[in-house]
Design a protein around this ligand. Structure first.
Ligand code: ATP
Ligand code: MG
Ligand code: MG
Length: 550
């Protein structure tokens, strides 16, 4: 289904189509494969794919792969997986900026021939000095007036591998006094003797992001090149290349505000640090704000897309309350997740008026409203309920609880009445005896003595054991990114607890990545990688209510 978004980018596109400035929309999502995508990228994906879908256009997936040292195939595969999981399909094959290295090289030669690019021998430190500051203009490089012939020769030798990394760069000749630092003779090519995941050892010079991005857009016929605000200052340079090169089309860049989320970090560099320092188990650890981490945590694609719709798109960077993400998640799971039962703190109940070995299969729907099928639940003489659901004495405070002489309904099952209990040496109740009230499956007791409440349960003899991974927030600070200290100081080192729970047998058999509401406990998902019928593993996605946050 196409979600119709009303944001300023959609408005621009609508106007361009109406005025005939473009005949159809082509957008692109251009990640650099130097890490896994995070929730901020989800916003960009939803926007780029979303507007293309909305206006009957197409969106490309293009890897912006101009820094071979930091990139690899694992990241490429993970990014493709994430985009597809979110429910989007790119147009045609996946593209790589490196597909255009030959063309970009030819355009670099073209600029040299036009007297608009030169080889510069300043060291990085010297170049920084010559560049000037925001308040002071820069100085021309002493190499700026090299002849076209000398530049062509030096650039050819850069390409042939004659010089060391950092010895020379190719720069555009624009304006060292420009108030926009990006126009002070920006670098087009640098020497990197690195193997590239797509082009192998073909190149030892690589184009910069700025020299690559707009021209790749032009080659692909991108009409609206949508990026985040930090590229606003690069737009004059983006346009300079388009104006000064014989490109086949004229793309335009538009900027929107990045997504920042509180209680987390959205920077690939910092997320990589968490992985490298083994604070988390990997990029797709369920605590990570990566798309694959959220997936493993139990987010659904719909919940992420709904969140992106909710936060909208604006012209300024904003801080979004993580409660909005939690709301989108809980709302989707509440509406759509099947319900099932797991007992986390077991207390044994023995129903004394049932024979030993009694097993009755009860059929229960997975959802109160939606048709999500049903499962069989074994009902037996020995059950587990939650320890908190039994009290030795009745009190107003515990009026919905099971107490001696009182009745409780077992969810999807019978009404039982407590007849007694046993305690251990420490005074903890360890066993409750009860009697089944006949004829109470789906109806009230005939004697009209109503149960006090409804509790979840599993058969003590037919249930399965499951590993539950209980996650908390990874950061203890609301803005771990924006504090003076090191963001690592705010890592919650105690953000994972593992417990064993008893689950209905049907839950052991579900497919990995199945979402559930464990009734009265929270939303859980069968772990994408570790869940198996012989060893069920469920991750806590989120608590049932707002006071139980991520
Ligand atoms: P990071 O700063 O985390 O390294 P990046 O911007 O360098 O991210 P890219 O792979 O270049 O990562 O991003 C691909 C696209 O996603 C870009 O168009 C970028 O603007 C967009 N994007 C990245 N982070 C966010 C964010 N927090 N909110 C919205 N869009 C984002
Ligand atoms: Mg980038
Ligand atoms: Mg980056």
């Amino acid at each position: 289904t196409i979600s119709i978004t009303h944001n300023f980018i959609a408005k621009i596109i609508q106007d361009d189509l109406a005025a005939g400035r473009v005949s159809s929309v082509v957008t692109r999502f251009p990640p650099e494969p130097n890490g896994y995508l995070h929730v901020g990228h989800a916003k960009s994906i939803c926007l780029n794919f979303g507007v293309a879908e909305q206006f009957g256009g197409v969106c490309h997936l293009r890897f912006d792969d101009t820094n071979p040292e930091k990139e690899n195939q694992e990241f490429i595969d993970a990014i493709k997986d994430d985009v597809q999981w979110l429910g989007f399909r790119w147009h045609g094959d996946v593209r790589y900026a490196s597909d255009y290295f030959d063309q970009l090289h030819a355009w670099a030669v073209y600029l040299i021939e036009q007297g608009k690019a030169y080889v510069c021998d300043l060291s990085p430190d010297q170049a920084r000095e010559y560049r000037g500051t925001l308040t002071e203009p820069g100085k021309n490089s002493p190499f700026r007036d090299r002849s076209v012939a000398e530049n062509l020769d030096l650039f050819a030798r850069m390409r042939a591998g004659e010089f060391d990394e950092g010895a020379r760069v190719l720069r555009a000749k624009i304006d060292m006094a420009s108030p926009n630092m990006n126009l002070r003779d920006p670098i087009l090519y640098r020497i990197r003797k690195a193997h590239h995941h797509q082009t192998g050892d073909k190149w030892c010079i690589y184009p910069t992001y700025d020299f690559t991005h707009g021209q790749s857009d032009a080659i692909e016929g991108i009409t609206h090149s949508v990026c985040t605000l930090e590229f606003e200052d690069h737009k004059p340079l983006y346009d300079w290349f388009i104006d000064n090169l014989p490109v086949p089309a004229r793309p335009r860049q538009y900027e929107f505000g990045r997504l920042n989320l509180d209680y987390t970090v959205t920077s690939k560099r910092k997320l990589k640090f968490l992985v490298d320092e083994k604070v988390v188990a990997g990029w797709n650890d369920p605590r990570m704000p990566t798309i694959s981490g959220m997936r493993r945590r139990g987010f659904t694609p719909r919940s992420v897309r709904n969140f992106c719709d909710m936060i909208g798109v604006s012209r300024s960077d904003g801080m979004v309350d993580v409660a909005m993400l939690e709301h989108a998640l809980r709302d989707d799971l509440n509406k759509n997740a099947p319900r099932a039962m797991a007992v986390l703190r077991p207390l044994k109940v023995v129903i004394e008026n049932l024979p030993e070995g009694h097993v009755e299969m009860l059929r229960a729907d997975y959802h109160p409203e939606l048709d999500l099928g049903a499962r069989d639940m074994p009902f037996t003489r020995e059950l587990f309920i939650d320890q908190d659901d039994f009290k030795e004495e009745y009190s107003k405070k515990f009026k919905k609880k099971f107490t001696p002489g009182n009745r409780i309904r077992l969810r999807h099952s019978y009404v039982i009445e407590a007849t007694g209990y046993e305690k251990d040496a420490d005074g903890n109740v360890v066993l409750v005896t009860a009697k089944l009230i006949e004829g109470t499956l789906g109806t009230d007791p005939a004697d009209d003595i109503k149960p006090k409440g409804v509790v979840h349960w599993v058969s003590a003899t037919e249930c399965k054991e499951a590993e539950l991974r209980l996650y908390e927030r990874l950061f203890t600070h609301q803005t771990p990114d924006k504090t003076d200290g090191d963001f690592m100081e705010y890592v919650n080192r105690d953000s994972l607890k593992i417990i064993t729970a008893f689950i209905e047998p049907a839950l052991a058999e579900v497919a990995a990545e199945s979402n559930f509401q464990f009734e009265r406990e929270g939303y859980y998902v069968a772990d994408r990688y570790d869940h198996a019928p012989a060893k069920p593993v469920f991750n806590l996605t989120i608590g049932l209510r707002e006071d139980k946050s991520l």
